[in-house]
Design a protein around this ligand. Structure first.
Ligand SMILES: Nc1ncnc2c1ncn2[C@@H]1O[C@H](COP(=O)(O)OP(=O)(O)OP(=O)(O)O)[C@@H](O)[C@H]1O
Ligand SMILES: [Mg+2]
Length: 338
């Protein structure tokens, strides 16, 4: 079924934004159907935060057209602001104030009636598991609690479109899973979400559609499955300590998938793209290598990372923008699943 314009909560076309000589956004286009999640994936300096700041009316675009819930972010900025929530890359909470005070102030800044702010704040404190710490200054919160408080603050006025700029950066694996649950719950209630991340795994978990941004341009887009297919899906990797067994090893695992295994003779490492059938391929690889008498080390299944996507799409690894931002991090969660 074709989507009509009004089915999109966010529409962005030909968006450009420069800071002096830095051309941070070079003509970005995408649209987000209402009630779905767009994952914007890219390394440090790609332009993710700049895009979020323009879309949330904090920065003026140089050119391009951005419509949020039918309103133009430049001409109807106030109307856009009433409909959106933002949890930025740096949290916007006041550390000297308590969690509860932070939420209540945010509610009043959003012109909520006093009578409803208190109840809404209490409800969010409960839902985000900070009720026990609600009356302590936020500076005594852990990083994960501060992130959750910031996200709660972005939700106080029940926005229909939510922007989260790297919501899980800095969280431990447990905190990350908790944040994913919260995000899924929001989306389940019909919120439209734009989320930026450096982790393919995270975009895969949460997003209906991914746009990969590099140096201010969209270099790939599609469903998570399509992107992962482009990368070849899961990757089985292992080392063969005895160089003389490398050929035997390649032969043993050759039939595991349609794609041919690749070997790095110097590193004695073999990589086999195994699509989405990772765990089955892992078991089968162990069996075949064993039967062939090949001794292996570090046999593991890797889920594709942002770097793998870059390699597949651009032929090179993800790099930071040339003006010196740090290099893109690899997913800490990518790796062993055996
Ligand atoms: N206020 C600014 N003044 C000058 N340059 C800026 C400004 N904000 C961003 N930039 C530059 O624009 C480019 C894109 O930055 P942006 O913060 O949007 O990247 P990002 O994708 O969010 O990166 P990260 O993953 O590190 O958060 C970078 O080269 C950055 O240095
Ligand atoms: Mg950023």
């Amino acid at each position: 079924m074709a989507l009509t314009n009004s089915d999109f909560a966010i529409e962005v076309s030909a968006l450009h934004k420069s800071f002096g000589k830095v051309h941070a956004l070079r003509g970005i286009d995408f649209a987000v159907p209402r009630g779905t999640v767009l994952g914007m994936l890219g390394p440090n300096g790609a332009g993710k935060t700049t895009a979020v700041r323009v879309l949330t009316t904090l920065l003026r675009p140089d050119s391009g057209r951005i419509i949020i819930e039918g309103y133009d972010v430049v001409r109807d900025a106030a109307a856009v602001r009433r409909r959106i929530g933002l949890a930025g890359q740096a949290t916007a909470i006041q550390l000297e104030l308590t969690g509860r005070e932070n939420l209540e102030i945010m509610g009043r800044l959003n012109h909520m009636p006093r009578s409803s702010v208190k109840g809404r704040a209490a409800e969010l404190l409960e839902r985000f598991e900070i009720a026990d710490a609600a009356d302590r200054p936020a500076k005594t919160y852990s990083g994960g609690m501060q992130r959750r408080l910031d996200l709660a603050a972005s939700l106080i006025a029940e926005p229909s479109v939510l922007f989260l700029d790297e919501p899980t950066t800095g969280l431990d694996p447990y905190g990350r899973l908790g944040m994913w649950d919260i995000i899924r719950e929001l989306v389940g209630r019909g919120t439209t979400l734009l989320l930026t991340t450096q982790y393919l795994e995270e975009a895969d978990e949460l997003a209906n559609t991914i746009v990969v941004v590099d140096h201010g341009e969209v270099i790939a887009s599609g469903t998570p499955d399509r992107l992962k297919d482009q990368v070849g899906g899961d990757l089985l990797e292992f080392t063969v300590p005895d160089r003389a067994q490398l050929d035997d090893a390649v032969r043993a695992v050759a039939g595991l998938s349609d794609a041919a295994p690749t070997g790095e003779t110097d590193a004695k490492r073999i990589k086999v793209p195994v699509g989405s059938g990772g765990s089955t391929a892992l078991v089968e690889a162990v069996r075949r290598l064993d039967a062939a008498g090949v001794v292996t080390e570090d046999l593991a299944l890797h889920r594709p990372s942002l770097d793998d996507v870059f390699l597949a799409v651009t032929g090179h690894a993800a790099e930071a923008a040339p003006d010196g931002a740090a290099k893109g991090q690899k997913s800490p969660a990518a790796g062993v699943a055996s």
